[in-house]
Design a protein around this ligand. Structure first.
Ligand code: HEC
Length: 116
């Protein structure tokens, strides 16, 4: 048991430094195109409104904070979760979870492409 809790603690620490998981762009693409992300209920996916990166600023990953939906000083993952809640009719996903990491990894490929 002691060993297990050491491993769990190590994983949690690695997680907070973003080391525990290598984001998967292909999975991220599937999530971006899935109306089920966050348990979505509107039948829309990110790509319904942001196909090929449309509406996503090319500086998306450089910006420190976002003004969005009447609030300022939001982080990118907060903006993403608002889109999940409002546009997909789903529930916010874990800001540090694997889905969010996959999703943002794929989005990165979109904004780099659209700025070329
Ligand atoms: C029903 C349409 C719709 C859907 C579906 C949608 N969004 Fe959005 N999203 C918007 C609108 C509208 C904006 C604000 C557009 C703007 O400022 O140009 C926006 C803005 C954003 C921004 C900020 C872009 C920027 O450059 O400031 C991000 C990031 C984003 N959405 C991510 C997502 C993700 C990820 C999903 C899927 C979970 C998603 N959106 C689903 C409509 C949508």
């Amino acid at each position: 048991m002691k060993k297990l809790s050491v491993i769990v603690a190590a994983l949690m620490m690695a997680g907070s430094f973003g080391l525990a998981y290598a984001a998967n762009v292909d999975k991220g693409k599937a999530l971006f195109e899935s109306p089920d992300l966050g348990g979505g209920t509107t039948g829309k996916s990110c790509s319904s409104c942001h196909e090929g990166g449309e509406g996503l600023g090319s500086d998306l990953f450089e910006r420190k904070s976002f003004n969005f939906s009447g609030k300022d000083n939001m982080s990118l993952v907060e903006v993403i979760n608002i889109c999940i809640e409002n546009a997909l009719g789903g529930k916010a996903i874990d800001p540090k979870g694997e889905e969010m990491q996959d999703l943002t990894a794929y989005m990165k490929t979109l904004v780099t492409r659209s700025s070329e």
